[in-house]
Design a protein around this ligand. Structure first.
Ligand code: UD1
Ligand code: CA
Length: 487
């Protein structure tokens, strides 16, 4: 198996070894009004530039290069693990300038695929189509375009005839009769390097920002009699850029929709899908049901026939089969084996492991604890740094006091233990197999197997105390009665 998977990808890797990919990611993103560089903003559960690179990876190009500038170090940290080489563009004098800065890194690749770091919805299949059309058409440039109902904010495609393109006109430079053009430039291109470089050298910063626009290279190529082709994106959303917060929201919306559709096509039921948020790495098995308002985040993995009920948030949770998460639970970095039930209103904090058939009930918090097969913590408890054996029952309101103000200590509870309600187990402490703890105990010492631990004040009962008290109170109040007005 190749680094990217299937043998089909292997063939592709061979086919595109003459391609260098360049991702333009140096801009600040002024229109976002943010201290964070544009391509670091997240949509669909990832920084947008990461989506762009992931769409390129299966193409099997010779290399992937990113041009960075604003917050380059943070972008490097994301891209380095993805095998991307970075080139610094300082200052940022436009998309054409960004290409010139990367010229050395691009080296002698025959073709250059250019993508903006801010258009994250593009799919690998679409990039393949652009490259194939370019190679087959023997073109100097092939542009990925899209037809939009509202093309505002984008450079427009000026067609020559049929498949070929005369120029890209930036919005600020549209003439009145061009304002009706609704085919836009996605900023995704395939170039033949030997044709691009001389054309780019002729581009002048003829715009109000004094920038070198890569888009101007198109009309230059055309004037030289070179072929410029366009491939229309099958789904126009693939061309959406993220220039504003509203763009980010739209792009996020599309990613989330695609992810839900992926899970549904794998046999997962999602009720009111538009209310459910699922991160890209999440998986779920057949016949699992996701109720409205659920969030499945990070690397959450859900087995078959589970039910995740309304309002629950799972982050890096691993669930085996037939797990039930009742409404409004928060589960993080934990494992739930088959037939576990959690909630409603439960919180399972990191490093917890609920084993087969365990039950964590309402208003229970579990932290860094193991609850073994068939054990139950049904109501109002805090279980922290604890190990609970099999088939034990932890009564309502039980608290493991794991923290003494200085350090955390463990609580160990054996198999078939019964802890009476409202007990506090002051750690470090061990309760042996088959032991009982009486309700309301404050347990400070170990309870051996099969013993009863009882640690509470003895009850004193005073017969007749209440009626005597009532008589005393009545006698005290009698003199006052005279002065009071009748109502
Ligand atoms: C650009 C295109 C426009 C197209 C649109 C599609 C130009 C001049 N215009 O406009 O035709 O419709 O994309 O989304 O190319 N960048 C650098 N260095 C720079 C400038 C930009 O790396 O000096 C990067 C940015 O970080 C961004 C990308 O290039 O990721 C595109 O730049 P941006 O300013 O967003 O261009 P648009 O105005 O959207
Ligand atoms: Ca843009």
């Amino acid at each position: 198996m190749s680094k990217w998977g299937s043998s089909r990808d292997n063939a592709e890797a061979m086919a595109n070894s003459d391609v260098a990919i360049l991702v333009l990611a140096a801009g600040k993103g002024t229109r976002l009004k943010s201290s964070l560089a544009k391509v670091l903003h997240r949509a669909g559960g990832r920084p947008i530039v990461e989506h762009v690179v992931r769409s390129c990876q299966p193409l099997g190009a010779k290399k992937i290069i990113a041009v960075t500038g604003h917050q380059a170090e943070q972008i490097d940290a994301i891209l380095e693990p993805l095998d991307v080489e970075t080139v610094l563009q300082q200052p940022q004098n436009g998309t054409g300038h960004a290409m010139l800065v990367a010229k050395r890194a691009i080296g002698n690749a025959k073709y250059i695929v250019v993508l903006p770091g801010d258009a994250p919805l593009v799919r690998t299949e679409t990039l393949r189509a652009v490259i194939n059309k370019h190679k087959k058409g023997n073109a100097a440039a092939t542009i990925l375009t899209a037809v939009l109902a509202d093309p505002s904010g984008y450079g427009r495609i000026l067609r020559k005839s049929g498949d070929s393109v005369a120029a890209i006109i930036e919005e600020s430079q549209l003439t009145p009769d061009q304002s009706e053009l609704n085919e836009i430039n996605s900023s995704i291109y395939c170039f033949t390097a030997a044709k691009l470089w001389p054309a780019l050298a002729q581009v002048k910063p003829n715009n109000k920002h004094r920038e070198i626009y890569l888009t101007d290279a198109i009309s230059i190529l055309n004037a030289k009699g070179e072929t410029v082709l366009a491939e229309i994106a099958p789904d126009s959303r693939e061309a959406l850029g993220c220039n504003t917060r509203a763009d980010l929201a739209r792009v996020d919306h599309t990613f989330r929709e695609w992810k839900r559709e992926e899970l549904m096509s794998n046999g997962v039921t999602i009720q009111l899908p538009e209310t459910v948020l699922i991160d890209p790495d999440v998986t779920a098995g057949e016949d699992t049901v996701i109720e409205p308002g659920v969030q499945l985040l990070g690397k959450t993995k859900i087995g078959e026939q589970c039910v995740i009920k309304t309002g629950s948030v799972l982050h890096n949770a691993v669930l085996e089969d037939e797990v039930v998460v009742e409404p409004h639970c928060v589960i993080s970095d934990s494992r739930l084996d088959s037939h576990v039930t959690v909630g409603p209103f439960a919180r399972v904090r990191p490093e917890s492991h609920l084993k087969n058939g365990a039950r964590v009930g309402n208003f229970v918090e579990v932290k860094k604890s193991v609850i073994a097969e068939g054990s139950k913590v049904p109501h109002l408890s805090y279980i922290g740094d604890a190990k609970i054996g099999t088939k034990s029952n932890i009564g309502a309101g039980t608290i493991t006091c794991n923290y003494d103000g200085f350090a955390k200590h463990p609580t160990t509870i054996g198999n078939r233990v019964f802890i009476g309600s409202d007990s506090v187990l002051i750690a470090p402490v061990r309760i042996g197999d088959g032991a009982y703890v009486a309700a309301g105990s404050a347990i400070t010492e170990n309870v051996p197997s099969d013993a009863l631990g009882i640690a509470r004040g003895r009850q004193v009962t005073k017969p007749g105390w209440a009626s005597k008290k009532r008589r005393e109170l009545a006698a005290e109040q009698k003199p006052k009665k005279k002065t009071k007005k009748r109502r």
